[in-house]
Design a protein around this ligand. Sequence first.
Ligand code: ZN
Length: 249
Amino acid sequence: MELFDAHIHYSQDAWPQYSPERAVEILRAAGIRKALVSSTPDSGTQRLYAVAPDLVVPMLRPYRSRDDIGAWTRDPTVVAYVQGTFRRGVHRGIGEFHIVPGDSATPVVRALVALAIREDLWLHAHADEHAVAELARSDRQAKVLWAHAGLSSTPDAVRAVLDAHPNVVAELALRGDVMLGQTIDPAWRDLFLRHPDRFMVGTDTWVPSRWTDVVSGHERTRAWLAQLPPEVAARIASGNAERLFATPR
Ligand SMILES: [Zn+2]
């Protein structure tokens, strides 16, 4: 089963160990047909996109360096950076970025939400259930991809967000709790059946060492997908992301 991985980074610290060619080789070896790719800085994404335009769907992070991760929502120079770096017809979204409750009211985040709506871009947000709800509510036209489905948010909390906010979809990078041992968690299974069009798979190569886990991680992804009705599994594996992110623009 081919996958659309909604959470890959090719950031500066990975470049010495993994050439763009090698990184693409790893993604293909994991059975990834397409991937949302972002990086700190954006040039990593562009190098990967140059090698595999059929595979890479570029996303633009608001981070020029790792130092931006903690303070970017209070730094107005980030807006000019994103506006100046954004390439229409290339970048499919803004992110992945990190927000906490309160951040969606800042002028910086509001400016990026406005840009995203104007350019029909996704907002890939690493946030807890409160912060993602604030982002979704800040403008109902905003299209939000919820990174890691909140990372530690419970299936109940994820369900509440998806029920309340039709403009949010979620990816499951680093969600080891979807499968308990070799069996899919019943609460997650119920949630996938309730919202079969709102989930997708992901990895998150946030540090270079994660590149060694891409192939084995997706063996595990396939093990829980196989415990879903085939039609639902196909949507979560690639159908949803294909529909939402790879539409020709
Ligand atoms: Zn990430």
